[in-house]
Design a protein around this ligand. Structure first.
Ligand SMILES: [Mn+2]
Length: 363
């Protein structure tokens, strides 16, 4: 992304801040990266009506100056954070600064309040929600990263399918996914891959272990990659060898539930609760309601789970949001099925960002 895109984001945040505040102090790594383009675990980005300053330590100064050339970068010396913080806050006009209340502990809040005094910090200004409202709209460059991440995940999962055979373990398959995805250019995995086979499939977030694949198993792969800081998220459930009629039936129900929710979005539907219900009602009608215990999806972007949740709580789906649609049915002690795609909400419709087939695949 071009550097001035970050400058525009910062200006957009400033424009959203209520008039009674002088500005915001961004301390989380993720939001610091969103507004500056610089990924740093010790950066303090002051955004005020009187200008912005990025404070960091000597490990990061040179890289920060290169990355954020549109804003002053100030280094604090060993033992000098409080003095530098106070000086910068004063120079930028002091006043009250909003902080991200959902991203810090009470102890961190107390420490930062001391460091940036005489400015007064407050977590009560709704800064997290304002930032969410900006981050939810993905631009072309962000979508390109997510598509690239998804493309690697799909190529990698196809490769992993070729490794499925009697006796291979879930952990073997999870490791192969990571190795191959990294070789194809993933910066890292979007999260620890889920590979859940047979009866382990009934645990939606099972950890891949030493269970060996055998004939008649369903295997659920929930996998994602990161490119340019942006995450992808996809789930596929495949069969190894012949499966029974109940497994086929459950697969069909989950696929229909997912398709119904995707159709809702494609037709222009823009309510989170309605989208959740579109999938859930199909599963309920088939008699499996009690076996679908999680929400239908979530936002994806710089984080694997971000605003908005596709759940009964509802709310409008913002144009530009990327959300997952991932219903599942989990039968304890037996097996589970989940199928997940990513959808990009447009003005009048939604675009499916996941190309991989969802037809029942028997390996
Ligand atoms: Mn997901």
């Amino acid at each position: 992304m071009e550097k001035n895109a970050f400058q525009h984001r910062t200006a957009a945040l400033l424009a959203l801040l209520p008039a009674e505040y002088n500005g915001a102090l961004i301390t989380s790594q993720i939001n610091g990266r969103y507004f500056t383009g610089f990924n740093c675990d010790n950066g303090y980005f002051l955004v005020t009506k009187n200008g912005c300053v990025y404070i960091t330590d000597s490990r990061y100064t040179e890289a920060a100056q290169n990355a954020i050339d549109w804003c002053e970068v100030t280094e604090y010396p060993i033992g000098g954070f409080k003095q530098t913080g106070g000086e910068v806050a004063t120079r930028l006009g002091g006043g009250t600064l909003l902080v991200e209340s959902s991203r810090m502990t009470l102890q961190q809040f107390a420490e930062l309040s001391d460091i940036f005094s005489p400015a007064v910090l407050t977590g009560d200004g709704g800064l997290d929600g304002l930032i969410e409202s900006l981050r939810v709209h993905k631009n072309e460059a962000e979508i390109a990263c997510m598509k690239a991440a998804q493309d690697i995940a799909e190529k990698t999962l196809r490769h992993v399918y070729t490794m499925v055979r009697e006796g291979v373990t879930e952990a073997d398959l999870a490791f192969e996914f990571e190795f191959y995805a990294r070789r194809l250019g993933a910066e890292k995995l979007a999260f620890d891959s889920i590979v859940a086979s047979g009866e382990n499939g009934s645990m939606p977030h099972a950890v891949p272990g030493q269970r060996r694949i055998r004939k008649g198993d369903f295997i659920t792969f929930d996998v994602g990659c990161v490119v340019g800081g942006y995450h992808s998220d996809m789930t596929r459930t495949v069969a190894y060898g012949d499966i029974g009629t109940e497994q086929r039936r459950v697969y069909e129900v989950v696929l229909k539930a997912q398709q119904t929710a995707m159709d809702y979005l494609t037709a222009g539907g823009d309510d989170l609760a309605e989208c959740d219900a579109a999938a859930r009602d199909v599963i309920k009608a088939a008699g499996y309601g009690p076996y679908f215990g999680h929400s239908t999806g979530h936002g994806v972007g710089l984080e694997i789970h971000e605003f908005p949740a596709v759940s009964y709580k509802g709310g409008k789906i913002p144009v530009g949001a990327v959300i997952t649609v991932e219903p599942g049915i989990y039968l304890p002690g037996k097996f589970g099925v989940r199928i997940e795609n990513m959808m990009f909400k447009t003005e009048t419709s939604a675009v499916n960002l996941t190309q991989m087939s969802r037809d029942l695949l028997i390996l």
